[in-house]
Design a protein around this ligand. Structure first.
Ligand SMILES: CC(C)(COP(=O)(O)OP(=O)(O)OC[C@H]1O[C@@H](n2cnc3c(N)ncnc32)[C@H](O)[C@@H]1OP(=O)(O)O)[C@@H](O)C(=O)NCCC(=O)NCCS
Length: 211
């Protein structure tokens, strides 16, 4: 039963757990992780947080250090997370999913590393086998809220996926991708035309000053 307005705060805002929780709350979280790990095939790095309000029923789960899974998230099948990855409120991560370090996932996003096969017309789709290609996400990736990523997709390191995007194809590193289907609208390594001109002017001034 809730005892204060902040009872569920860390479930919905886990990023502040290890800096602000009480010693008793930290011990309770470690006990929860031990209970999950006792089911087998789950490992947790230091300073992870898994909300008791999340549905965490994987075949295999590896969480690096400083990772969290917030309330109402659903995790199943095979998930490997690097360090400092986050799964926010009501996000779904299912199928075969691998994340590097620093992968941050907004609320209500679905990362679906599996499909229902539907090859034959002689069986209902729900009775046909699942297929798993896997989704791979690099390092330092920000995935906004309400994104869907389908099976087989690779997302390159240092990319940003805008809110509401449906990602059906690979996204190269350093991309900003938005929309349905998601399209790359920017490369983070390329400077805008205005910045390029400013850079050239700066360079010219430096040459003029030094001559
Ligand atoms: C993608 C995002 C990061 C902005 O990136 P940006 O490089 O600054 O992009 P800009 O704002 O310059 O927009 C560039 C173009 O993309 C469009 N765009 C931006 N975000 C979009 C989105 N999520 N979906 C569709 N189009 C989008 C803009 O309308 C603009 O189009 P235009 O050139 O026709 O005007 C931001 O819009 C976004 O989606 N953030 C995620 C927010 C979120 O989910 N937060 C949860 C916290 S974890």
């Amino acid at each position: 039963m809730a005892t204060s307005p902040n009872t569920y705060r860390f479930d919905f805002e886990p990023w502040s757990f290890w800096t602000t929780a009480t010693a008793a709350e930290k011990q309770d979280q470690l006990d929860w992780q031990a209970a999950l790990a006792a089911q087998g095939q789950m490992t947790f790095g230091s300073q992870c947080f898994i909300s008791k309000l999340a549905g965490v029923f994987p075949d295999s789960l590896d969480m690096g250090e400083g990772c969290y899974i917030a309330a109402h998230a659903h995790v199943s099948h095979t998930l490997k997370m690097g360090n400092h990855c986050s799964i926010n409120v009501s996000a779904v991560v299912r199928g075969k999913v691998t994340m590097g370090n620093g992968v941050r996932i907004g609320g209500h996003t679905s990362i679906l590393g599996f499909n229902h096969s539907f090859k034959t017309l002689d069986l209902p789709i729900h009775q046909q086998p699942l297929t798993f290609k896997g989704i791979t996400i690099g390092d330092d990736v920000w995935i906004g809220s309400g994104v869907t990523i389908v099976d087989g997709v690779e997302i390159g390191s240092h990319s940003v996926i805008g809110a509401g995007a449906i990602v059906t194809r690979n996204i190269p590193p350093y991309s900003v991708a938005v929309g349905n289907p998601a399209r790359v609208i920017k490369n983070r390594q390329k400077r805008s035309p205005v910045k390029q001109v400013m850079g050239k002017l700066k360079k010219l001034k430096l040459i003029w000053q030094s001559s």
